[in-house]
Design a protein around this ligand. Structure first.
Ligand code: PGA
Length: 251
């Protein structure tokens, strides 16, 4: 049985003091559900204060990216081991903003995912098509390529520990969400690709999150779909009331 996973991607928002303000409001109103895991991915500089605030809570801490080498001359980069030391249990890799604005490739996503698994962290691998790709009927093809290259060389056993986030680029930060059935169609395709890469039983274990304008109004319908195992939430994760409501959605 796959446990739902709801992650707040704070992007480049909330420095240390704003992180404290958010968690001081969020933690008391957050109602833990036994069938849902909840995590936050603050900016790197807020990770240590968030780790302190989350001490003793079930809320998971993660980063928004990482480098694949353990240490060395990589100015500006942070390794998986460093994230683990801070108390992170996951990191997002291959977010479309990283791909589009910072030129990250499928090969880089693959190296990052492998490094996270080697450090015993969960990679949250983002995939998703642009509007142009969707309109030209290429959504499945794009997502398939991102999965094949992003998970290349990763053993089926390790694939079972990966989380996939399907985030159609046209739905991110735009207020346009894929309908529940549009999202389900791609999620089911993703599960088939995982089954081809890692085997049928592994594909049933892998959690596939939906991301792109998820909010407290649409979360329950999206998460009610058979192959949607949670959400990667951007904008709405910055508002404590909204994020608490998404994390405690009722299907
Ligand atoms: P959004 O962002 O919820 O603001 O659309 C989602 C994401 O980029 O992960």
């Amino acid at each position: 049985m796959r446990k739902y996973l709801v992650i707040g991607n704070w992007k480049m928002n909330f420095g240390r003091s704003e992180s404290v303000t958010f968690l001081d409001e969020f933690i008391p109103i957050f109602k833990k559900r036994s069938d849902v895991e909840v995590g936050i991915a603050p900016p790197f500089t807020s990770l240590s204060i968030c780790a302190e605030k989350l001490h003793g809570s079930s809320i998971l801490l993660g980063a928004q990216n990482c480098h694949w080498v353990e240490s060395g001359a990589y100015t500006g980069e942070i390794s998986a081991g460093m994230l683990k030391e801070l108390g992170c249990s996951f990191a997002i890799v291959g977010h479309s903003e990283r791909r589009q604005l910072f030129g990250e490739s499928d090969e880089g996503v693959n190296k990052r995912a492998a490094a996270l698994l080697a450090a015993d962290l969960t990679p949250v691998v983002c995939v998703g098509e642009t509007l142009e790709e969707r309109e030209s009927g290429e959504a499945f093809k794009v997502v398939t390529r991102q999965l094949e290259l992003g998970l290349a060389g990763i053993s089926p056993k390790l694939i079972s520990r990966v989380v996939i986030a399907y985030e159609p680029v046209w739905a991110i930060g735009t207020g346009k969400t894929a309908s529940a059935s549009e999202a389900q169609e791609v999620h089911s395709h993703i599960r088939k690709v995982i089954s081809r890469l890692g085997g049928d039983s592994i594909s049933k274990e892998v959690r596939i999150l939906y991301g792109g304008s998820v909010n407290d109004k649409n979360a329950a319908s999206l998460l009610g779909e058979k192959d949607i195992d949670g959400a990667l939430v951007g904008g709405a994760s910055l508002v404590a009331q909204k994020f608490a409501s998404i994390a405690g959605f009722r299907v």
